[in-house]
Design a protein around this ligand. Sequence first.
Ligand SMILES: CC(C)(COP(=O)(O)OP(=O)(O)OC[C@H]1O[C@@H](n2cnc3c(N)ncnc32)[C@H](O)[C@@H]1OP(=O)(O)O)[C@@H](O)C(=O)NCCC(=O)NCCS
Length: 150
Amino acid sequence: MLRELTVTDAPTLFAIESLHNPFPWSLRQFHDSFAMGDFGWGLERANLLIGFILFSQVLDETTLLNLVIHPQWRRRGFARQLLIQGLRQLEQAGAVRCLLEVRVSNFNAIELYSLLGFEVDGKRRDYYPAANGREDALLMSRFLPFREEV
Ligand SMILES: CC(C)(COP(=O)(O)OP(=O)(O)OC[C@H]1O[C@@H](n2cnc3c(N)ncnc32)[C@H](O)[C@@H]1OP(=O)(O)O)[C@@H](O)C(=O)NCCC(=O)NCCS
């Protein structure tokens, strides 16, 4: 089941994110994100959140802030489902473009975004902290509406 996230989900989002990310958002960052008006959807199985997607929107441009699927539930099309759902809702809310940043080493996510029609716009050098220094961000975006052709 897909449902809209609220600030009360922040501890669960923090817990899911911390499972995979050595540099996770803090609980405070999740709270601040909701307080600033960011929004998103979560995917539930047996009343437990197993993944989520978060966006921010400024005028007609939206940014994908975070997308995580619990490690036990990966490779079942859930990230794809969340992203498609998110893009469709955003389109209805008037968004014409979706932007994102992703670690250059995150091949799985880059593959997913490419499949869903995102194209590379450039790189932001040393954007992320990494185990041995810093890592570049790949900047990607796609225009809406989302269509099934991708
Ligand atoms: C990236 C992530 C969200 C993908 O979630 P998922 O539910 O497993 O992805 P899906 O099952 O929807 O996969 C859709 C497509 O993405 C690509 N993909 C996803 N995971 C992959 C993997 N481990 N290896 C290769 N390709 C992969 C494939 O093309 C896949 O299609 P296919 O299964 O038909 O081959 C998940 O691995 C995750 O939570 N990673 C940690 C958080 C993260 O990196 N988020 C992105 C931050 S920008």
